[in-house]
Write a protein that binds this ligand. Structure first.
Ligand code: ADP
Ligand code: MG
Length: 212
């Protein structure tokens, strides 16, 4: 069983993530329409399509290469609040995997914690504000616990994916305090935050890449 995500696992992870978000973009945009302004899916798809083009010509020698490409693409070609935040999120995965032949569970834990810190530094959102942080935080805690318990890669990723999904689902019960969703207040209740749902899809794609 794999104990690290090799560059080809990362390729599967990124491909799976891009395909799922593109496939669900209308749903994600609809979530944003009902809780913000309705551009989330479009913002993501534009940046993901460009990322895919940039990745097609690249040779992914290190574990972090594809995330570096995605980061650069998101930082230069994406709109909305989510574009730069995801750009910086991928940057931390790119940095942690920069000189490595694979991502161990401990490295995924490190990248997630760094990414969480970066997103918080930029957007000042805390847990409970109804943002992507509400999926990042539980995924991060699950990864740290899995590393501490000596769990295998697959088990750790499964825990992270399910914690992120639960965190994303729970945003349905939160009134927004950051970003555009804070303008619509209680009328977004019952609808999950699209950024948090996307983070959950990111970890699900990682789990599927290693479990496949
Ligand atoms: P905009 O609100 O500018 O239209 P998008 O629709 O592209 O931006 O992205 C909205 C998503 O960005 C939300 O679902 C939320 O997860 C995330 N987001 C918004 N503001 C913040 C913030 N301050 N910190 C973290 N994430 C945020
Ligand atoms: Mg929006």
């Amino acid at each position: 069983m794999a104990e690290q995500l090799s560059p080809s696992h990362v390729q599967r992870w990124v491909d799976g993530f891009v395909d799922t978000v593109v496939e669900k973009s209308d749903y994600l945009t609809d979530l944003d329409r009902r809780s913000g302004d309705g551009d989330f899916g479009t913002n993501m798809v534009t940046a993901l399509r460009r990322s895919r083009e940039a990745m097609a010509g690249a040779e992914a020698t290190a574990a972090g290469t594809l995330f570096q490409i995605m980061s650069e693409t998101f930082l230069t070609h994406s709109g909305g609040t989510s574009g730069p935040l995801f750009g910086m999120w991928f940057r931390d995965f790119g940095k942690v995997g920069a000189d490595a032949g694979g991502f161990t569970l401990a490295m995924l834990d490190e990248a997630t914690r760094k990414g969480w810190t970066t997103v918080t530094r930029l957007g000042s959102a805390s847990v409970g504000d109804r943002t992507m942080v509400d999926a990042i935080a539980p995924a991060s805690d699950a990864l740290t616990a899995a590393v501490g318990a000596g769990s295998g890669l697959e088990e750790g990723l499964r825990a992270a994916a399910s914690a992120a999904r639960e965190g994303a689902e729970e945003t349905s019960e939160l009134v927004g305090r950051r970003g555009r969703t804070s303008y619509v207040g209680a009328s977004a209740l019952g609808i999950p935050d699209p950024g948090a749902v996307t983070i959950a899809l990111f970890y699900r794609a990682a789990q599927e890449a290693v479990g496949a």
